[in-house]
Design a protein around this ligand. Structure first.
Ligand SMILES: [Fe+2]
Length: 291
């Protein structure tokens, strides 16, 4: 097991925060709750001007901000989109984000004969093969060099697997980040969702990944449909995921932790309450460690 005190690739622990969402703007710009940091969806601010950038400037006056993206498409077989990367890099210069994260997935089909490339607007899983490891890792290295920032890959929740896979999801994630020399954004809820949907042990996943590469954690709620779980980000974090978070903190030590709530978004105080719960668990684990 990696030492819990291993530094996170030299990157800071920002504490506990939440994702910046439009319904909370008035509260964020008003009293300004005592959140340690906010995460923005990069694509929402990759514009030339106007209200989004005004809102971003007001946010940056008060909080450290980290950038999280949804359309890098690091696993796709289409070429990397350097127009997108230029705009992403420009935004990183504004936010001074300490890292950039996106998902370990593919989102875009390749162009074929008479068909243009199509963005499917979904975070689609990859086959867990050596070929895919090398493909993704080479692209991550290019992106990190271009952005001059560490990239963190987030494990997605998934609902299908490929017959061609030759390794587990956690073996695949570990192999990619080691070969790419990049970081992990560990979504503990996604580990639980995929474990439920595919029938593996979530603790085996958490125990096996390279802990020193985890620079950020995501927590969220989901919707249990019985036969499967949908990753809806529309509810409170469930107790089993809090237990997995506590287990993760014991393995990793304190890591920047962020609560995502994207659908049926409640008042800021409710989401903030989830971040405070994460902070409490982190503190309890640190007290255990010190005892
Ligand atoms: Fe996430």
């Amino acid at each position: 097991m990696t030492s819990p005190l291993t530094p996170r690739l030299g990157l800071p622990d920002l504490g506990c925060g939440i994702g910046l969402r439009i319904p909370h703007y008035a509260s964020i710009f008003g009293a300004g709750p005592a959140l340690d940091f906010l995460e923005i969806i990069s694509e929402n601010f990759m514009v030339d001007g106007g209200r989004p950038l005004d809102n971003l400037a007001r946010t940056l006056e008060r909080y450290p901000v980290v950038q999280h993206g949804v359309s890098l498409g690091i696993g796709a077989s289409t070429p990397l989109d350097f127009d997108y990367l230029e705009r992403l890099r420009a935004l990183t210069r504004v936010t001074k984000t300490p890292w950039v994260t996106d998902h370990l997935c593919w989102t875009r089909t390749p162009a074929a004969l008479d068909r243009a490339s199509v963005d499917l607007h979904d975070l689609l899983p990859l086959p867990y093969t050596e070929e895919a490891v090398h493909h993704v890792a080479a692209r991550v290295r290019q992106v990190q060099d271009f952005l001059e920032l560490r990239v963190g890959l987030e494990n997605t929740s998934s609902y299908m697997t490929f017959r061609d896979s030759t390794m587990t999801e956690w073996e695949f994630l570990s192999a990619v980040v080691e070969e790419a020399d990049c970081a992990i954004l560990l979504d503990v809820n996604n580990v639980y969702v995929s474990a439920y949907n595919h029938g593996f042990d979530p603790r085996a996943y958490l125990d096996a990944i390279p802990h020193r590469r985890v620079i950020q954690i995501h927590l969220a709620g989901h919707t249990n449909k019985g036969a499967y779980i949908l990753d809806t980000h529309s509810d409170f974090v469930i107790d089993t995921v809090w237990d997995l978070y506590r287990h993760t903190c014991r393995l990793l030590g304190p890591v920047s932790t962020l609560v995502e709530w994207d659908d049926e978004i409640p008042e800021l105080e409710v989401v903030w309450g989830e971040a405070k719960k994460a902070a409490q668990i982190r503190a309890e684990v640190e007290r255990e460690r010190a005892a």
